[in-house]
Design a protein around this ligand. Sequence first.
Ligand code: NAD
Ligand code: TYD
Length: 341
Amino acid sequence: MNQLFITGGAGFIGSAFVRLALAELPQSEVTNFDALTYAGNTDNLEGIDAEGYRFVHGDITDRDAVMEALGQGTDAIVNFAAESHVDRSIASADEFVRTNVLGTQVLLDCARERKVSRFVQVSTDEVMGSLPEDEREFFTEESGFSPNSPYAASKAGAEHLVRAARHTFGLDTVITRCGNNYGPRQFPEKFLPLMIANAMNDQPIPVYGDGRNVRDWIHVDDHCRAILLALRKARAGATYNIGARNERRNIEVAKSVLDQLGKPHSLLTFVKDRPGHDRRYAIDSSLIESELGWKPQETWESGLGKTIEWYQTNGDWVERARSGAYREFYAQQYGSEVKAP
Ligand code: NAD
Ligand code: TYD
């Protein structure tokens, strides 16, 4: 893999992947193409100064900008760029359709034109909808599409376009579908960093509905290792589910965070439920385990501990992320139910 083109590499998962790719493929040239939306943060790229690395500020829906940045000889595109927050997609879906659907098609077209050898689409378990509470049911690669939020629907749309590019034009594509990531540098609108940041400041933690929704949590570095492996070793046309067999109810996660920070459970504040809130996600990752030999390296206990520590020692990062537009979003999302940060 000599030339790698990563989109959305200034975000939470993309920036972790850029770091991993530079460490694991030191001979490669890595382009990080990112529009720096509210979620894209150059703070996330601090300390990345490898010779083969370059950052290009650009939008994946801008065909000319993508073609120019791609140049000749790109071996692979890994597409992380997306609008990624379910609550924002409920407030307005426009940007989700623009970036997640149209942007993916632009990248696919450019990949074909530039004869890129492999296209990896970073997708989500949310395209498969919600599972019943029955603990014997899991998402597999055979599960049908059943996206429930505008975010999930836009990611499902992107997957369909990737599939079509393979079927119709023979593009070498791989799709990865992961569960809920946690780790350093996650924008604090998402549940885990929001809880950590609020708890650190003795502010209430908004829990949607009855707090019994289940998410399947994975450390961001384990997700990135799976994507890198898929990029290098997957069969053309493969789809892989990625999960660490770590199902937790939201309320249980919230209590673990408070306990680790030594904060009282009285900070938990039940607020009105998210419309259309998916009840349970749970991933069967046996295909990527058996085909590619991937296994998560972090346990929930080790990963959560390290993650909390990162936010504690990077208070400046948290405060910068929570300034400006974040405050407006927070006030709009939680209204008077929970005091603004
Ligand atoms: P994020 O919101 O933290 O980062 C998204 C990045 O994409 C930002 O750097 C942003 O600037 C960039 N971006 C947005 N629109 C763009 C555009 N039009 N052109 C170029 N760049 C643009 O998201 P994340 O949590 O790091 O997620 C990355 C990918 O992984 C997404 O595709 C998401 O759907 C997928 N995913 C996320 C999770 C999770 O738990 N966070 C789980 C499974 C899959
Ligand atoms: P989130 O981090 O938004 O990820 P996703 O919706 O993609 O799973 O939310 C994780 C879970 O936490 C989800 O069940 C919604 C819930 N949640 C809350 O209870 N309170 C909050 O303030 C947020 C943002 C999420």
